[in-house]
Design a protein around this ligand. Sequence first.
Ligand code: EPZ
Length: 428
Amino acid sequence: MDAFLIRGPSRLAGTVPVSGAKNAALPALAAALLTAQPVGLESVPAVADIRTMQKLLTGMGVSVALSPGGGVSLSAHDVRSTEAPYDLVRTMRASILVLGPLLSRFGEAWVSLPGGCAIGVRPVDLHVKAFEAMGARVAVEKGYIHAHVSRVGTLAGRLQGTTIRFPTVTVTGTENVLLAATLARGTTRIQNAALEPEVVDLARLLRKMGASISGEGTSTVVVEGVERLSGTGSAPHVVVPDRIEAGTYLAAGALTAGDVTVAGARASDLPAFLSALAAAGASVEETESGVRVRRDGPLRPVDLATGPHPGFPTDLQAQFMALMTQAEGTSRIAETIFENRFLHAVELVRLGAGIDVEGHTATVHGPSRLQGAPVTASDLRASAALVLAGLVAEGETLVRRIYHLDRGYSGMEGKLTALGAGVERVSG
Ligand code: EPZ
């Protein structure tokens, strides 16, 4: 099992290129199920979750060709199965994103229930309720969500557009309904829709494929169903840059009192995060190549709460907590999206951080002198926080179970080394 061996402290300086967003590429791959014509994507990150989605789709008969430069060409011309099996879904709950397209194009889907995940129960009830409102019959049978649209009566095998109002903002819930609504009969109105840039990117891809969508990026998205979708034609869809990856490296620059530019990052994707970095005493600058963060003075404590976009991203909460361990004072970080997303706190304490967790709030007492030690990653973003802490800890930090990191970061050791960090991948 791979681990990262990190020798600290270090100061990061230089420029790293941002990869395409995993959380935009996953729904984009699922969108290929909606058409028999070829779909081309560019800037798809080489990370484990993408390979999992590739396995899921090829298991259904979709041809998926990944090329080294981040290009992917897909064809769902010969889909022979509408099943997403447990052994794949249990490793990646975003597999639920095939439910909407399968239901909408084929009238049936068998998707394993995702099972638990380190950061909380993470149910899919809002996805299921939305599809039932669109006319699907959904039952849970032997651990699988079996959804189908009856072939008799008015629906004749097609979902029916309707108004879906999400009680809480759900990113993949919004994406799943958006995917399904493109081929549903009539108009679908999604209220309290997620505003994330990845949702906006999916809408742009679907529009290129012939879907009729308006309002993406606002809390009400309207979709007029069409008979069929085309492929992406001659112009592959370029996936948006990964704002969470960008934020991770920018946090590393601020943490190590360095000077880091993430080329290709878009400041407009990270408003709350960048203002929190500035409030902490880093200087944040949008350059023509991307976003640059420098820090040469002391870090100040910052109180914040995560929230749906454009609020502070929950996916950068762990990384910001690592930063706050070096702030001169007490910070309070409230996690409002997931009920168990502080697993990194106890590992940061092992490195010497002063953190108390009380329900949804973590109180960070800084600054603390971090000392290298073996730590264990528990989930994707927690592992990033441990790597960041290792950069400023004195001595060697061994971050174990780095497969969590490999799910969402491509070539992290290379990017950090290029910035001057002492990081190597070892088996540990
Ligand atoms: C997406 O997950 C992201 N994943 C997550 O990123 C991200 O943390 C999350 O959005 C929040 O921004 C992908 O896009 C693939 P939600 P998602 O549905 O869609 C509850 C990463 O690190 N909920 O917006 O699964 C849920 O439990 C990952 O890349 C229900 O109750 O998150 C949570 O408390 C981690 N019922 C809240 O809503 C449902 O049916 C928001 O979840 C769906 C969600």
